[in-house]
Design a protein around this ligand. Structure first.
Ligand SMILES: NC(=O)c1ccc[n+]([C@@H]2O[C@H](COP(=O)([O-])OP(=O)(O)OC[C@H]3O[C@@H](n4cnc5c(N)ncnc54)[C@H](OP(=O)(O)O)[C@@H]3O)[C@@H](O)[C@H]2O)c1
Length: 325
């Protein structure tokens, strides 16, 4: 089969389209013919061993994914496609059914075929969705869900989402609305209409207004793009409010520090439980109820993965970038 592989950590040009052996499903696995996958920030960061996050994070990244070179040569964590074979113990899926899901740190989706455990984060594709939409459903939304859960949101609370136009941000706006909160979305001028259409009650254009100076306070500030900070947000939080982080090693120590000092808290999704198959099914239900839609910025054919990756690395994508296989 064709797959995008990388044999060493480095810039997007290390990615190559190659012929590799098609995987064979074990008893509990389904073999999926991938129709669409995505390039996300996790793919980009892992490919360069998290170099931009500093030497400590880069070292940890190499410990997990391979010290000298990547052990898993195929990136891509999200997929949507058709089941073409099932292992002897598979009961939940049958050949010919359409599925979508996410492999997370196991990757492997930038390929024509992928084997996935039936008990892992895979579900039947919502019928009204295209493969491209289904492929873009999980990453931003599961990250946003994991963050929002840390805040224990209650109906009627106020939340400000900074970076509301990214993969996590566009999902965060819709999920926060679903949880009954009053959402203020912050993004640049060109994305204001989009975030309004996703349900934001108020929007702030950060190129014209600094929300930390508008005199308002929010119960939760969700930094969905890792470009703000607790220090700068603190004055805009209500007493006991939470700052939700998506990035930055410094936030880990702030989680510990603010839990000891009390009052305003920093919360970070990586300290909480990993999203599960139940969460994927929850997203599917939201889509089918018309309460959630993944935002797609661009679609590229699989062979244009380098170009797609370079675009993701501009940190300017709006929602998700899809690869069609
Ligand atoms: N996706 C993942 O798998 C994953 C996993 C864990 C952690 N993370 C981290 O989570 C963060 C968000 O990931 P993502 O995939 O949602 O991001 P993303 O989709 O790449 O975010 C892109 C958006 O960020 C906005 N943006 C860029 N610079 C900004 C700035 N200085 N201030 C405010 N907004 C800015 C841009 O919109 P505007 O033009 O409207 O500003 C753009 O639409 C990243 O820090 C990433 O490292 C991602």
């Amino acid at each position: 089969m064709r797959a995008v592989v990388y044999n060493r950590y480095g810039p997007p040009d290390v990615l190559r389209l190659e012929e590799v052996k098609r995987p064979v499903p074990t008893a509990g696995e389904v073999l999926v013919k991938v129709h669409a996958t995505t390039v996300n920030r996790l793919d980009a960061a892992t490919r360069e061993a998290n170099r931009r996050s500093g030497p400590a994070v880069s070292f940890l990244s190499r410990l997990v994914f391979g010290i000298r070179r990547p052990r898993q040569r195929i990136l891509g964590s999200e997929f949507a496609g058709e089941v073409v074979a099932v292992g002897a113990a598979v009961r939940e899926f049958a050949v010919g059914e359409y599925v979508f899901g996410i492999t997370g740190l196991a990757f492997g989706a930038h390929a024509e075929f992928i084997c996935v455990q039936q008990s892992s984060r895979i579900a039947h594709k919502p019928t009204a969705m295209s493969f491209e939409q289904a492929a873009a459903l999980c990453d931003g939304a599961l990250n946003a869900l994991a963050c929002l859960r840390q805040a224990h949101l209650r109906r009627g609370q106020t939340i400000l989402i900074y970076g509301a136009s990214g993969a996590i941000g566009t999902a965060g706006v819709q999920l926060a609305k679903y949880f009954g909160t009053d959402v203020t979305a912050v993004c640049s001028t060109k994305n204001l209409e989009l975030v309004r259409s996703l349900g934001a009650d108020a929007v702030i254009d950060y190129t014209r207004e600094d929300f930390t100076k508008n005199g308002r306070a929010y119960d939760v500030i969700f930094d969905a793009v890792g470009k703000h900070s607790f220090k700068r947000s603190r004055g805009s939080l209500t007493p006991g409010g939470s700052y939700l982080a998506t990035d930055g090693l410094r936030n880990l120590s702030l989680v510990l520090w603010t839990s000891l000092t009390g009052g305003k808290r920093v919360r970070f999704s990586i300290t909480g439980p990993m999203p599960t198959k139940k969460d994927v099914l929850f997203l599917k239900d939201l889509v089918e109820a018309g309460r959630f839609r993944p935002v797609i910025d661009r679609c590229y054919p699989l062979q244009d993965v380098v170009e797609a990756t370079k675009y993701v690395e501009t940190e300017q994508k709006v929602g998700n970038v899809v690869l069609t296989v």
